[in-house]
Design a protein around this ligand. Structure first.
Ligand code: NYM
Length: 212
């Protein structure tokens, strides 16, 4: 089979509350894996560069108002518009480190009171991550970290609800990392998890789709 010639990359997703440290850790992990000579890219959702992404960005900045279901579907569409590229990259051997994915989509919308199954439905058929790392930081602690900005959702009570919904989504593909530890310690655990996932994919682990 063609796996020998070109082993696939791994889809590594980082999830967590706002100010959980995901974004800096994604950057560190990217630099580490590049240094090791892997083909790797860092992605993030929402991808604000597309036209759908610009609508999302305006909503988050409170520059536009959208019904809860409408914005939910836009976040999902923003992942769908990247699905083909994602599959190509992974199949051609590039590992993707992704800052937020479908779990953010479900956790944030469910925290507004939308039905969880309804929230999951548009995500079905997107590529399933090989590993989801949840950076676990208590909402109170996240809020202390330099405070929240002015974007929608950046309030303590709302983040508490998001945390509850994240915990409902946990399954066997998740790795929970205590985000209250030192940056170095979190970094070390992420490197180990990423290396393990990359090796498993190189050995021929098949790509699958959500929601599995
Ligand atoms: N967010 C992100 C959602 O509500 N649904 C989604 O599907 C995604 C990907 O957007 N507060 C929320 C979580 C964040 C906000 O993300 C912007 P970031 O990582 O701050 O750019």
């Amino acid at each position: 089979n063609d796996i020998r010639g070109c082993s696939r990359g791994s889809l590594i997703v980082l999830e967590g509350l706002d100010r959980s440290g995901k974004t800096s850790q994604c950057g560190n992990l990217l630099a580490y894996l590049q240094g090791k000579g892997f083909s790797v890219e860092a992605w993030q959702f929402p991808d604000r560069s597309t036209s759908v992404g610009k609508m999302i960005s305006a909503y988050l900045a409170n520059e536009s108002q959208l019904d809860d279901r409408t914005i939910h579907l836009l976040f999902s569409a923003n992942r769908w518009e990247k699905r083909a590229l994602m599959e190509n990259k992974l199949k051609s051997g590039t590992t993707l480190i992704v800052d937020r994915y479908s779990y953010s989509g479900v956790a944030f919308s469910a925290a507004k009171g939308l039905n969880i199954e309804w929230c999951k439905a548009p995500e079905v058929g997107l590529i399933a991550p090989d590993v989801v790392v949840y950076l676990d930081v208590p909402p109170e602690k996240a809020a202390e970290r330099g405070g929240y900005g002015l974007e929608k959702y950046e309030q303590l009570d709302f983040q508490g609800k998001v945390a509850e919904h994240y915990h409902n989504l946990l399954d066997s593909s998740w790795e929970i990392v205590d985000g209250s530890q030192s940056i170095e310690s979190v970094e070390r655990q992420l490197k180990d998890l990423a290396m393990h996932s990359i090796l498993t994919c190189q050995r021929g682990k098949p790509l699958t789709n959500l929601w599995s």
